[in-house]
Design a protein around this ligand. Sequence first.
Ligand code: ZN
Ligand code: ZN
Length: 158
Amino acid sequence: MERSIGFQIATNEGRRSPIERDMQAMVDALALLGVRRCSQCGQFFRSADSGALFEGGELVCYGCVPEWWSSRSPELAIAERHRAEGKLAAWLRKYHQAQVVKDPARVPDAQSCYIQLAAGCVECGGSGKLLEGERCRFCNGLGTVFVVVLKETGRAAA
Ligand SMILES: [Zn+2]
Ligand SMILES: [Zn+2]
């Protein structure tokens, strides 16, 4: 009889190697203790620290967010992507001093940004118009704003 050696990717039937079962049990136990893990780098963070991990379907730590987002976002369907963008933008604004830039011409160049993303304007729901039909002043009627975390801010917060 052959036994599996070492790590084995969990199959659809849910079969896992003993080591994997142990690992999962440990991660579950840590979650009970208020510690959660980044799905990308495997580092643990306190759950109470809401700025440490972003919940984007999987848990991603602040340090892994830029890379994760650039590889993850093209895979999403448009509606799903907008939702995720809005959530990520709100999280970056709340915990990481992200700035909202209305004018596309004033978005800092990519080199000086820790992360930048375009997100639907929350004030007008992305329509560019307010209820009265006037142009939304929060996005200059574009329906989209740019959410930017500058590198210095990113480093200081990390
Ligand atoms: Zn990470
Ligand atoms: Zn708007």
